[in-house]
Write a protein that binds this ligand. Structure first.
Ligand code: MN
Ligand code: MN
Length: 453
């Protein structure tokens, strides 16, 4: 059903609200890509999926997953058709904009211990000050052990944060442009203010290091080989008096990741092998071993081919990619009446109208986008309408207002059919993003319908 408010479809909203509870729990815990992978693995195991490392062969109906370097997961249900007939792929990303601790982060300044950060992805820096922040990640030690750090999400934990200038003294600061009002190098988190003893040259820093050593057993130098992300503290919450929306961190793109994964988990028999892949590094260009550009996915499909007994798994993997159909499950800009001027109201996503398809994203003259085939779009329209899914079509803002990209073009390079399909978001990339619960549910239904279309 094209461009209809999806709430009106439901007599009581129970199934929508119940699904939203599961999603809220997921994003409240999965604050980093590593935790998202762990949570995904729990869900996969609970739904009959097996780790590929534990299998010697595969056959129709088998459920299997691959984990790549703890930050990227691909799960499959083997179809009745041979792999070279192509897969149905749902692909989303599980990294979100944030601040990362630098390799040598901790310093002392006039009675404070501070932590220096480097922002990750596109952020409006002024949004990240004076809010409670948490630290999540890992510290990897020379002895081969890894320490997991998670401070600030448990209500009993302390939080950290970034200070901003008081309004009384902000005359000069407020003359600066929005891009400069908070500088990237000023996004340093406050870690403490209590000295350890009188003898230390940097007594507050010494105290913070002692606390970390006592609780986690690592030294300052171990932070060189660490991955600690500074993220908004606290759980996702219902938003709006009617509880129709969810306020939370990381809807981009964990809302599409969760719904894509749930769609696969709730699918039984398939003709074409069904897949959900969750990638890292989308927010910085899909680069590296765990990003969408990695050979991991191609290798995983080759391994599937080998495990089903194919004699030419590499070539079969190529054919499988070429004949696949994919939804690039990524969020879209929701229409915000406070900022109406950036959108063409005919071609924008509205909260409540369901799963959004973007034929193309990109910037300027569609630069950097995957401009989807209209033949494929027609196939998708039929699949959505046959399954009575509420869906809409949109562009990312008015022409020349800006732009953005997804992983769609990267999979498109394998010569597969790809279209962007996701959930509309307000405040995208802010510490508190907003989605509509009914769009989350329609996305789940739409993804599920696609896997068997
Ligand atoms: Mn995204
Ligand atoms: Mn993004």
């Amino acid at each position: 059903m094209y461009r209809k408010n999806a709430w009106l479809k439901y007599k009581d909203q129970k199934e929508v609200m119940n699904f939203a509870e599961g999603y809220k729990n997921f994003i409240s815990v999965a604050k980093s890509e590593r935790i998202a992978v762990k949570e995904a693995e729990k869900l996969l195991k609970a739904n009959g999926f097996k780790n590929v490392d534990d299998l010697k062969s595969l056959k129709e109906g088998d459920r299997v997953y691959f984990i790549n370097k703890k930050k990227n997961v691909a799960a499959f249900i083997i179809g009745s058709e041979p792999l070279e007939k192509g897969l149905r792929i749902l692909g989303a990303h599980i990294d979100s904009p944030r601040l990362d601790l630098k390799e040598h982060p901790i310093y002392e300044a006039k009675g404070f211990a501070l932590g220096d950060t480097h922002y990750y992805g596109g952020v409006k820096k002024y949004q990240w000050v004076t809010i409670p922040l948490a630290l999540v990640g890992v510290v990897c030690k020379k002895d081969g052990s890894t320490v997991e750090v998670n401070i600030g999400d448990d209500p009993k934990d302390p939080v950290v944060g970034i200070s901003d200038l008081l309004i009384h003294l902000a005359a000069d600061q407020l003359q600066k442009s929005g891009a400069k009002v908070i500088e990237g190098e000023n996004l340093d988190i406050t870690l403490g203010s209590m000295p350890l003893n009188e003898e230390d040259k940097e007594p507050v820093k010494a105290n913070v290091l002692k606390l970390l050593k006592d609780k986690y057993g690592f030294e300052e130098e171990d932070l060189v080989s660490a991955e600690i992300e500074v993220v908004p503290a606290g759980p996702a919450r219902d938003y709006g008096l009617d509880r129709s929306m969810i306020a939370g961190y990381g809807h981009d793109d964990r809302s599409c990741a969760y719904t894509s994964l749930m769609a696969l988990l709730d699918t039984k028999k398939v003709k074409n092998t069904a897949c959900c892949i969750l990638v890292d590094k989308e927010e910085i260009g899909s680069v590296g071993a765990t990003g969408a550009q990695s050979l991991f996915f191609e290798n995983a499909i080759a391994k599937l081919a080998a495990l089903v007994g194919d004699n030419h798994p590499l070539w079969t993997a190529r054919l499988a990619m070429e004949n696949s159909k994919m939804l690039s499950s990524d969020v879209s800009a929701g229409y915000d009446p406070l900022y109406a001027s950036v959108s063409d109201t005919k071609n924008v996503a509205y909260l409540g109208e369901g799963l959004v398809f973007n034929k193309y994203t990109g910037a300027r003259g569609k630069s950097g986008c995957n401009d989807s085939m209209p033949e494929y779009y027609a196939f998708i329209r039929k699949a959505m309408d046959d399954a009575k899914v509420n869906w809409q079509s949109a562009e990312l803002g008015k022409v020349d207002q800006g732009g953005g990209g997804t992983i769609a073009y990267i999979l498109g390079n394998y010569n597969m059919l790809v279209i962007d399909a996701g959930i509309p978001v307000l405040n995208m990339h802010a510490p508190m993003e907003i989605v509509s619960k009914v769009d989350v549910y329609e996305a789940y239904l739409g993804y599920k319908a696609f896997l068997v279309a």
